[in-house]
Design a protein around this ligand. Structure first.
Ligand code: FE
Ligand code: FE
Ligand code: ZN
Length: 278
């Protein structure tokens, strides 16, 4: 079975999002833990969280994916910006514990001229402060396209962050197909080679989620703009190869394509129709 969902607006309650995911034909979804461009978070409604947990169990959901706001920069040169990232991530992880056993994804950040090494050190420092033995959430580093001074653009940078984590079993990686393609990994003509590289550098056992997006910009463009499935530079055939690849096919896939709900339903349908059951 294909594990697939899409990004849903968090303006509604958790239970509503779960039902929406099912109505779109999916068995999971991604949501922002709070305002993606700010820091405001709604108070957790425990009954609502419990209702989603029950709905997900009844319907055999794949893991849910909470996405941190874009404004976080754990690698910032400004200590106040790093303090803010620490506070938000700590609070998000407390919130994620109401949905135990799921995933929390964040963008590693931008070093802003300090250099990649310094940035990697700062990201690891924050992670080592927020991760605890008791945590029931897996924290994912998202592979980035390489805009500006973004960290996490190569598999070796991701590995370098992971290797500094004191509780590595609490961490994983989220591969965004648009981002890695724009970062120069040719998943269209050399998917096997890219996955081999990921495996040798990071280890495919650390890959926990895929953001399935087509791309407006070409290979190695270092730009980040998502396109609808089959309407970008990656194309439908490559997307079908990705969801069916023996080393990826059991992972959860999350669409972050520019769509209204009806467009998401169509993409989910299209991908499910092209998934080869074993
Ligand atoms: Fe993201
Ligand atoms: Fe993404
Ligand atoms: Zn993106």
């Amino acid at each position: 079975m294909l594990n697939i969902g899409c990004h849903l607006s968090s303006s509604k309650c958790y239970l509503h999002m779960g039902k929406e995911a099912i109505s779109l034909g999916g068995n999971t979804f991604q949501f922002f833990t709070r305002n993606p461009r700010g820091s405001k978070a709604k108070a957790i409604d425990e009954a609502d969280a419990a209702a989603l947990v029950a709905l997900a169990a009844q319907n055999g959901f794949a893991p849910l994916l909470g996405h941190a706001p874009y404004t976080l920069n754990p690698a910032s040169s400004d200590p106040r910006v790093r303090e803010f990232a620490l506070m938000v991530m700590k609070d998000d992880l407390v919130r994620m514990e109401y949905l135990p056993g799921n995933l929390y994804n964040f963008h590693p950040g931008s070093h802003q001229g300090q250099g990649i090494e310094a940035g990697i050190g700062l990201i690891a420092q924050i992670l080592n402060e927020v991760l605890t033995q008791e945590l029931n959430t897996t924290v994912l580093l998202e592979c980035m396209a390489g805009k500006g001074s973004e960290i996490g653009t190569s598999f070796s940078e991701i590995k370098s962050i992971l290797s500094r984590i004191e509780l590595p079993e609490k961490m994983g990686v989220c591969m965004d197909t648009c981002h890695i393609y724009c970062a120069g990994y040719d998943i269209v003509d050399n998917l096997d080679g890219v996955l081999e590289d990921f495996d040798k550098t990071i280890g495919l056992n650390h890959l926990k989620a895929v953001h399935l997006n087509d791309s407006v910009y070409p290979l190695d463009s270092r730009k980040d703009r998502h396109a609808r499935i089959g309407q970008g530079t990656i194309g439908l055939e490559a997307m079908i190869n990705i969801i069916n690849h023996p080393r990826l096919r059991r992972l959860p896939f999350y669409l972050e394509t520019p769509n209204e709900l009806s467009g998401y339903a169509e993409e989910i349908q299209l991908l499910k129709a092209n998934f080869r059951e074993d």
